[in-house]
Design a protein around this ligand. Structure first.
Ligand SMILES: C[S@@+](CC[C@H](N)C(=O)[O-])C[C@H]1O[C@@H](n2cnc3c(N)ncnc32)[C@H](O)[C@@H]1O
Ligand code: SF4
Length: 291
């Protein structure tokens, strides 16, 4: 397979075969993100995607799981995405899981009927960036997304029966808005009740607009202690609903993965232990390394 440009897939999809359906990100403006800044958004030619799927069949005898890349595959026209899903299920009858990245506004641009068709054609889960529930942070990061839109998009996915993993970023409010950021984010999670969440500690990506804001002193990096306090607040204040917790991204100070209803106290104990004992809490600035 020859993928074009930088390739990303979320770590829960480590076992999935990657199929490039689109190139780049249809938004590509978020101040913290450089994931797809090397290419312009483009929907790939369907014959090229089909050829990739046929090639993968020749290499892999068992394909239980597929992840469609790049950044916002849900931005494709529904009829084209349906053709790809149908080709995948016809080519890999053993495949039980098809996932993709989807911006919340790409979801909202579909009708419920379209989303139901995607579900019926095999789409299992969408990975969507929430980032923050705090209105001010939402404006600053230029994601072009509001909490109201998140609530609408999530309700549509629930109606269609497609699971959603919401990712969000500890520390995105910086040093000054840490508490407002995590409170509003937790509130929004309690309203939308996603099936899975993936909180990630902020990484300052080289070349990002956020990196320039840090250099100009407009964004003050949070302390590692604030990152831990945000995770503590989240774990203490999420309501009781079935939720899978992917807290084990490589950037995080504490690593936890599992069903929250079975493990909440364990995860809280780990965070409290880190707050009391981890030497990183003595540092004044969150040190981040690029992905
Ligand atoms: C491909 S996007 C998710 C799908 C879609 N493009 C969207 O934004 O809704 C990948 C996710 O990785 C996370 N991410 C990206 N850059 C990050 C950074 N610098 N630090 C921490 N998390 C980051 C964000 O949660 C982002 O939503
Ligand atoms: S976070 Fe998602 S929408 Fe924003 S630039 Fe990155 S890939 Fe695109």
């Amino acid at each position: 397979m020859q993928y074009q440009g930088k390739v990303y897939r979320p770590w829960p999809e480590a076992q999935s075969v990657l199929i490039q359906a689109t190139l780049g990100c249809s938004n590509n403006q978020c101040t913290f993100c450089t994931m797809f800044d090397d290419k312009r958004f483009k929907v790939r030619d369907i014959d090229d995607v089909f050829a990739d799927i046929d090639r993968l069949r020749m290499f892999y005898r068992h394909v239980p799981s597929v992840f469609l890349i790049d950044g916002n595959v849900m931005a494709m026209r529904t009829d084209k995405l349906l053709q790809i899903l149908n080709k995948i299920t016809a080519t890999f009858p053993e495949c039980e899981h098809i996932a993709l990245y989807a911006g919340i506004n790409d979801i909202r641009r579909k009708s419920i009927d379209e989303l139901k068709q995607l579900k019926a054609a095999g789409l299992t889960i969408a990975y969507t960036g929430l980032e923050s529930g705090d209105e001010l942070v939402q404006q600053k990061i230029k994601k072009g997304m509001t909490s109201k839109q998140v609530i609408e998009g999530m309700a549509m996915m629930k109606q269609a029966g497609i699971r959603v993993l919401l990712s969000f970023i500890f520390g995105l409010g910086g040093r000054d808005r840490s508490l407002q950021h995590i409170k509003a984010t937790t509130d929004l999670l309690n309203i939308t009740q996603p099936e899975e969440i993936a909180p990630m500690a902020l990484a300052i990506q080289p070349g990002s607009e956020l990196e320039q804001e840090v250099q100009r002193g407009e964004f003050v990096l949070p302390t590692p202690l604030q990152i831990l306090e945000e995770e503590k607040y989240l774990l203490e204040n999420l309501d009781q609903f079935p939720l899978f917790y992917w807290g084990d991204h490589g950037n995080n100070i504490v690593s936890s993965r599992g069903w929250l209803q079975d493990n909440r106290q364990l995860y809280l104990d780990k965070v409290n232990h880190a707050i009391a004992n981890h030497p990183i809490t003595q540092q004044q600035i969150l040190m981040t390394s690029p992905w």
